[in-house]
Design a protein around this ligand. Structure first.
Ligand SMILES: *[C@@H]1O[C@H](CO)[C@@H](O)[C@H](O)[C@H]1NC(C)=O
Ligand SMILES: *[C@@H]1O[C@H](CO)[C@@H](O)[C@H](O)[C@H]1NC(C)=O
Ligand SMILES: *[C@@H]1O[C@H](CO)[C@@H](O)[C@H](O)[C@H]1NC(C)=O
Length: 165
């Protein structure tokens, strides 16, 4: 296994740990309930409002991508903090309108954003960033990698079902 693969693998392992830790943290605030599914009834997810809120996140992201030279749009190093802000924004808005995150509506919107900005990028261009040394970069990379992996999976599955259909 070469160093790049190893770094990516490490990021995934750390990501899983961080997620497990966050889920435990969230359930602890729910009154020591370790079960992942909250029993307490929650307000219904308002999808029309979520759609609107998520588009606000998208507009902010488009504006910050506008400040980056399009020749760097495939270079994760250049847009990672903007992308992270966008992801956090969709997560925050989902919580505000009582929707789970990630959810199909947010995923569809993120795929649209990806098609808009990253349709011409090859996987190598996006993934081959220098292995990050500093902890902050790793902390930012983890959710980004998880989101990218999730979206790649969704796109791959939908392509597969297109072929099978
Ligand atoms: C959802 O949000 C929209 C826009 O804010 C509002 O007009 C609508 O009444 C809300 N629907 C529900 C079921 O709360
Ligand atoms: C991405 O940008 C950084 C900083 O400008 C640069 O060091 C790196 O070589 C670039 N990576 C690719 C794959 O172009
Ligand atoms: C991708 O390439 C096509 C054809 O070269 C071009 O029209 C389009 O603007 C490019 N999209 C991005 C996001 O760079």
């Amino acid at each position: 296994m070469d160093t790049n693969e190893f770094t990516v693998l490490k990021l995934f392992v750390v990501g899983i740990l961080v997620n497990a830790w966050m889920i435990r943290g969230l359930s602890a605030t729910d009154g020591f309930n370790i079960e992942p599914t909250p029993l307490r009834p929650r307000k219904a997810c308002n999808e029309s409002r979520l759609q609107w809120e998520v588009e606000v996140c998208g507009e902010d992201f488009k504006r910050s991508m506008g400040h980056i030279d399009p020749q760097y749009w495939c270079n994760l190093t250049h847009f990672i903090s903007e992308y992270n802000l966008f992801t956090l924004c969709t997560e925050e808005k989902s919580q505000i309108v009582s929707c789970y995150w990630p959810n199909p509506l947010v995923e569809r919107y993120i795929i649209r954003i990806h098609k808009h900005f990253f349709s011409n990028c090859t996987l190598e261009q996006v993934v081959l960033v220098d292995p990050p040394d500093n902890t902050l970069t790793i902390l930012i990379l983890v959710p980004v990698f998880l989101t990218l992996a999730m979206i790649a999976l969704v796109v791959w599955c939908s392509k597969r079902s297109d072929i099978l259909a």
